[in-house]
Design a protein around this ligand. Sequence first.
Ligand code: ADP
Ligand code: TYD
Length: 207
Amino acid sequence: MGSQGIFLSFEGIDGSGKSTQARRLADSLRARGHAVTLTREPGGSPGAEDIRRLVLTGDPDRWSPETEILLFTAARRDHLEKTIRPALSRGEVVITDRFADSTRMYQGLRAPALRDTVDRLHELMIGTEPDLTLLVDIDPAVGLARAQARAGDEMRFEDMGLATQAQMRAGFLDLAARTPRFAVIDGARDADAVAADILTTVLARIG
Ligand code: ADP
Ligand code: TYD
């Protein structure tokens, strides 16, 4: 991470409430006087938003698993250079809706044989992890219903279906159990309760 700031990420399956909670956390921290950069992946910088359009729209089989990993990592590199690092060096709290754990899980699930490649490419080209990762955990049936209620043309990953989302949830929980920077948050409560839990967790970790 940068020399002064604090780097927070939200992870979880589609529709778990990450975007809602990232926004609410940003509002709460700003109300407490913190300077906050709220951002998202894929995207979060003009170049990375261009790459987002390449990976999330159009024919789902357009990219091989290898190319897809490179595109997500390229987007992340631009996001890191143009948005995350500058904000951290200004001493801000950076909150990103998804980061490298999403590549580990989504691309790792699409091509299990490439899971190690994802980690190696991350080491080589990104080399940065959040100080704290909030995993918003939810039953996929609830997450999918929420995600489908939200119409749009970015259905590439949300179209995965329940069984795959269940695998994804298990993968995230397994990664969280092995990785100290994670906090697992029960996302199946009303948004106020989830937000309060997250704020307590963040304040306990960042002081
Ligand atoms: P994600 O970013 O994880 O895909 P969102 O924050 O976009 O999830 O939430 C998906 C949908 O569910 C949105 O329509 C949102 O308003 C709704 N939602 C978010 N959190 C809750 C909650 N705690 N209870 C019920 N609905 C929620
Ligand atoms: P996002 O906009 O966060 O979707 P949602 O709000 O539904 O969670 O992310 C778009 C999709 O991109 C999502 O299905 C997960 C996928 N994704 C990857 O496959 N790899 C990645 O590295 C990232 C950041 C996202």
